[in-house]
Design a protein around this ligand. Structure first.
Ligand SMILES: Nc1ncnc2c1ncn2[C@@H]1O[C@H](COP(=O)(O)OP(=O)(O)OP(=O)(O)O)[C@@H](O)[C@H]1O
Ligand SMILES: [Mg+2]
Length: 245
């Protein structure tokens, strides 16, 4: 099976000198959904920001056979759709529609295809009717869903999501899990929402201190109480039992 993503020996220090990734190795197969868990400051967001070249560390990254380097950046950014942890990093237009249409517009699609994709993505996150609203006047959860729509509208081959369920109410969280379940592309999802990780991710990597501590079947990782606790995490009792059964 071809890898959708291969990361080898990735190191990254922020400009202030803080080491955020300290030798990450990870392979994600085409079509799989990989969870990334780890305590605050583990390096999850830093790692995801490397997958479409927003950050550039030392090491090797391959995306669908393309080496992460300047000449491949445009093609890689068309392949990897990254939903940021903070929706305010994703929304910058005057209207929700313009934000969600921005990606398809830049893919040189016909205007009616652009409009169709934007409307369809908003429908998927249950944001139909908000097309003409200003993103700045939405609630945080609504902004989160609009930010997810800006990526869904581009129909990326690899979907990378940083805390997609944070601040969603229970019904919207459930809706998003169902939606992601139905999207069969390669997905990489970083989250503290372990229930969502357990539902969606076949394998999970545990990151701490900028290193992959463990990677394996999600139930094996989340069901390993000692491993989780040693890394500042805790699988809720009901979920722990399900992972261990
Ligand atoms: N812009 C920055 N400048 C300097 N250090 C940073 C910056 N962003 C993150 N860091 C540091 O890098 C480390 C990794 O941060 P990162 O945001 O990747 O963690 P995370 O696993 O996503 O955490 P969280 O669960 O809180 O989202 C942390 O120690 C953090 O303080
Ligand atoms: Mg983060």
């Amino acid at each position: 099976m071809t890898d959708a993503v291969t990361i080898r020996d990735l190191f990254y220090d922020y400009p202030d000198g803080r080491s955020a990734l300290a030798g990450v190795d990870l392979r994600v197969a085409a079509g799989e959904t990989m969870g990334i868990v780890g305590p605050n400051g583990a390096g999850k967001t830093t790692l995801l920001l490397h997958l479409n070249g927003i950050l550039t560390g030392r090491g090797v990254i391959n995306i669908c056979g393309m080496r992460m380097e300047k000449r491949n950046l445009k093609a890689i950014r068309r392949t990897v759709g990254l939903v940021f942890q903070d929706p305010d990093d994703q929304l910058f237009s005057a209207t929700v529609f313009d934000d969600v249409a921005f990606g398809p517009l830049n893919m040189d699609l016909a205007p009616d295809e652009v409009a169709y994709r934007a409307r369809e993505a908003l429908r998927q996150v249950q944001m139909s009717g908000y097309e003409q609203n200003s993103p700045h006047h939405l609630s945080f959860g609504e902004r989160k869903r609009a930010a997810i729509a800006t990526i869904l509208s581009m129909d990326p081959e690899i979907l990378v999501l940083d805390e997609p369920t944070s601040n969603l109410d229970p019904r919207q969280r459930r809706n998003l899990i169902g939606l992601l379940h139905g999207i069969t592309v390669t997905k990489i999802i970083a989250s503290h929402d372990l229930g969502m990780i357990a539902e969606l991710c076949g394998r999970t990597a545990l990151l701490n201190g900028g290193r992959i501590i463990a990677v394996g079947e999600t139930a094996a990782i989340l069901g390993d109480r000692e491993l989780m606790e040693a890394n500042g995490l805790e699988t809720p009792p009901g979920l722990l039992l399900r992972c261990q059964s």
